[in-house]
Design a protein around this ligand. Structure first.
Ligand code: FE2
Length: 260
């Protein structure tokens, strides 16, 4: 089976690209299940119930989030009941929502989706290392196909997690930096890994933000209101091929699709 993971969807340009490209890509790439990171879809930071529903309607089977999960108040009650949208599992235990879900693929295979937050700059309530083994066991009790979105700044944390989980999960895919890394590989135990899948949004920018505004803030140290850029839009992500019976991956292909 083939699982498409779509990297951080940024603002309106990212959402337009997903809505226009995803139905065709699902067809062309023979995709059985699709996971989309949606933590930047609401004008660059956070997600709303309406936007989550739109990404699901466009062809996402599950949505993962990250450090901006709570930027929009209205998403809390939505996450409390959603079985399709997960937030990092290592948030406070009393925060609404869940970090692990299981969704059905096109062929009926059950796909577990686990969202974790790295430590560097992101300050999760708990280190992902304290929770990850129990969560992977919980996922494996449901299905051998387990996709992990590790939302983290540091390449080291993401590479270390992929190596730690090799042979236990189908894929460990990094998000958050918005820059696709050139290290897609299947590890010896059969876990596909990519340190960052990249960004679905405007690449003529500073990781999605209008470049002049980001540069002005960096040069002056003064507060500058960020706006999502609009040019150079691409959908980025990866396609993982795996055996649904064992969950082991046989291939991973990075994806960079220009839009329009
Ligand atoms: Fe992020």
């Amino acid at each position: 089976m083939r699982v498409l993971f779509v990297g951080d969807v940024v603002g309106r340009p990212g959402r337009d690209a997903v809505e226009s490209l995803l139905p065709r890509l699902r067809e062309e790439l023979d995709v059985d299940a699709c996971v989309v990171n949606g933590e930047n879809v609401a004008n660059g930071v956070g997600i709303t119930p309406r936007l989550a529903d739109r990404l699901l309607a466009a062809g996402a089977d599950a949505i993962t989030l990250g450090n901006h999960a709570w930027r929009r108040d209205e998403i809390g009650p939505y996450l409390a009941t959603s079985t399709s949208v997960v937030r990092p599992a290592n948030f406070q235990a009393d925060a609404p929502g869940r970090g692990l879900t299981v969704v059905p693929a096109r062929d009926g295979t059950r796909v577990a989706v686990l969202n974790l937050l790295g430590s560097l700059y992101l300050e999760p309530a708990h280190s992902m290392w304290e929770l990850v083994d129990a969560l992977v066991d919980e996922a494996l009790a449901e299905t051998p196909v387990v996709v992990v979105d590790v939302h983290a700044e540091a390449t080291s944390e993401k590479v270390a997690l992929a190596l730690w989980l090799d042979g236990r999960v189908t894929a460990v895919l990094g998000t958050h930096t918005h820059v696709q890394t050139a290290d897609a590989r299947v590890l010896p135990g059969g876990t596909a890994a990519l340190t960052d899948v990249g960004m679905t949004g405007p690449h003529d920018s500073v990781i999605g933000v209008e470049a002049a505004l980001a540069i002005r803030r960096m040069r002056t140290g003064m507060p500058v209101r960020f706006e999502t850029a609009s040019a150079g839009v691409r959908l980025e992500g990866a396609v993982v091929t795996c055996d649904p019976a064992t969950g082991r991956a046989s291939a991973i292909e990075p994806l960079r699709v220009p839009w329009p």
